[in-house]
Design a protein around this ligand. Structure first.
Ligand code: ATP
Ligand code: MG
Length: 577
């Protein structure tokens, strides 16, 4: 492919509105252009990478018998009402009316449509299981579209759905897809982790996210350094920590023991009490909504620990949870922030399990300027709801699975997710089958997503340097960037043209920078920015002794090779990727 004819324009300057490296580099390399917030053109260079990744996904899914179909982007309201999501989905669902005033939405995901297909065609256990997928444009009206292709409003997703006669078969397929995802991301050539993730109140390990590891990732991951346990910190089990001061004599509650007026900050209070932070407790008041009913609950934690709202939400079965407004908490306690505590409050109060066995703690006294001492949660709370794992685990905590290793912290970009759905959609939408005995049963479903365009951006987040992108071979737009340095010189352009044809004949994809009138420096800079795995340079100087230069984008290693050995040299260099 001649670069002079190829739709690519590079930019020296980093665009001002690009916040992350992948977005900056993709814009500078002329891969994407912004059309509106979270909506981009995928220009030819980007589309080549996208299509390559899609094909990896297709090949691996085909190995497991998944069938590709294509569903519409525009979906009727009726289907979403059947599943109950028309009202539930919130503003991410872009709704609109057609000319007849009929309601539609742009599909953010396709459970409804695929369930509608399957219920119309599949009636018997003999037709199950089935696994269907599509690769298609999705639309989610994200509240804060940002980071280029990583969190767009319009993006390409692979979404797959499977249907089964029972839980056991859905579980089997879950692990088949789990393995397929491992193969897909291994083939990409990136560092990634399957991560146990929150699946809401269902609990169990019914969902894994796949994360590409990158500093810029939005998600925090903890991974044991000794066993396989890796999880999203939203969900990571925190170990029970022993009370470090168990040798002290246990006191009864000492009401309003400490008087530290005006000292509201926790560290400063602990200092004034002459007690370490892990000897103090802290209290939060949350407002939960459950089945349309709103109520308040309390949470007590060691004061050096952080609450985990996902855990608290799952434990209480709440649909939504947020901090109660400060004014309401102060009114309930009758004291200002900094002196609010759990004792004598008439709210169900949950306590983190690292405080099981703890005593002689401090807590706010619900009186301005005062703290209690000698607090023991199980003994002193009015509506004690037990000890549970409710804190956020930390790097360095002992792993709860193996009991030996410690958690290490990583940041990740969620590029895929496998999820066991159960019968949520099949029940609400009457997607049933007849079993061997002729009884009608709802199908058990699983769903499996991969963010195609987000993955391409994640590859760049992980693979770049100060000069530009460093593509892994499998999704590089081209394998080789062939630079013809003195393109105006007929001998050079003839030699470069020959090299292009020979390399292409050998099966390599070549972008041939045949542009005339540009300095070598400009061409080198562009080649580094675009980041193809191998750069081949043909120039007047090398032509004199019949050689071209071959350079590895990752290691920057260079070698001079004779023209008749160019294909072999490139093949060898390519094998290192
Ligand atoms: P997130 O938590 O990042 O918003 P999600 O969990 O809502 O994502 P899923 O419904 O699991 O997303 O969608 C499957 C995949 O689609 C995700 O793993 C992710 O790779 C991709 N994806 C989701 N939202 C976006 C987006 N706004 N832009 C680009 N890709 C996205
Ligand atoms: Mg997800």
């Amino acid at each position: 492919m001649k670069q002079s004819r190829f739709l690519v324009h590079t930019y020296r300057e980093t665009p001002r509105d690009a916040d992350v490296v992948s977005q900056q580099l993709m814009m500078r390399a002329g891969m994407i252009q912004r059309v509106a917030a979270g909506i981009y053109d995928y220009l030819p260079l980007a589309l080549r990478s996208i299509r390559k990744f899609e094909n990896i996904v297709r090949e691996e899914l085909a190995r497991d018998g998944c069938q590709e179909l294509l569903m519409p982007t525009v979906q009727p309201k009726e289907l979403w009402e059947e599943s109950g999501r028309w009202n539930f989905y919130g503003k991410e669902l872009l709704r609109f009316k057609d000319r007849k005033d009929t309601d539609f939405c742009l599909g953010p995901t396709h459970e409804e449509v695929v369930t509608d297909i399957v219920r119309k065609i599949i009636t018997s256990y003999k037709q199950l299981p089935i696994n269907l997928f599509q690769i298609q444009t999705k639309f989610r009206d994200e509240i804060r579209p940002r980071f280029g292709l990583m969190r767009g409003r319009e993006f390409i997703m692979k979404d797959g759905y499977s249907f089964h006669v029972d839980d056991a078969d859905a579980d089997r397929e879950y692990w088949v897809m789990f393995e397929a995802y491992k193969r897909i991301f291994s083939r990409l050539g990136v560092k990634f982790r399957p991560v146990e993730a929150d699946s809401g109140a269902i609990g169990g390990s019914f969902t894994h996210e796949f994360h590409v590891l990158a500093e810029s990732g939005e998600d925090a991951i903890l991974s044991c350094d000794s066993c396989e346990y890796t999880s999203n910190v939203e969900k990571t089990e925190a170990p029970r920590l022993p009370f470090a001061y168990a040798s002290e004599a246990e006191l009864a509650l000492q009401p309003a023991h400490f008087h530290t007026p005006g000292i509201v900050q926790m560290e400063a209070q602990a200092k004034a009490f002459k007690l370490p932070l892990d000897h103090a407790s802290k209290f939060y008041l949350y407002r939960i909504t459950k089945g349309g009913v709103t109520s308040d609950i309390g949470l007590v934690l060691r004061s050096d620990h952080e609450p985990n709202l996902v855990k608290l939400k799952n434990l209480t079965g709440a649909d939504a949870i947020e901090l109660a407004p400060l004014a309401d908490a102060e009114k309930l306690a009758g004291a200002p922030s900094g002196f609010i505590g759990p004792v004598e409050l008439d709210v169900p109060t949950y306590v983190d399990r690292s405080l099981e066995g703890a005593f002689n703690l401090t807590c706010g006294a619900n009186r301005d300027g005062y703290h209690h001492y000698g607090f023991k949660p199980g003994r002193d709370l009015t509506r004690f709801e037990g000890f549970h794992d409710l804190r956020t685990a930390n790097a360095g905590d002992v792993c709860t699975r193996c009991g030996k290793g410690h958690y290490q912290a990583f940041r990740g970009i969620e590029v895929g997710q496998v999820f066991k759905l159960g019968t949520k959609y099949s029940t609400s939408m009457n997607c049933n089958y007849l079993d061997e005995g002729g009884a009608s049963k709802p199908m058990v479903m699983g769903c499996y997503g991969i963010g195609i365009t987000r993955t391409i951006a994640a590859v760049i987040e992980q693979g770049h340097d100060a000069d530009g992108i460093i593509w892994p071979w499998p999704v590089a737009p081209f394998h080789i960037h062939l630079l013809s340095l003195d393109a105006g010189n007929p001998d050079v352009s003839a030699a470069a043209g020959r090299a292009e044809r020979e390399l292409e004949a050998a099966g390599f994809e070549v972008l041939h920078d045949d542009r005339e009138g540009l300095s070598p420096g400009v061409k080198f800079k562009d080649a580094d920015l675009l980041g193809m795995p191998i750069r081949v340079v043909v120039g007047a100087k090398g032509l004199k002794d019949g050689t071209a230069e071959v350079r590895d984008r990752r290691t920057k290693e260079m070698q001079r090779v004779k023209f008749d050995q160019l294909v072999d040299a490139v093949r060898t260099a390519g094998q290192r990727f």
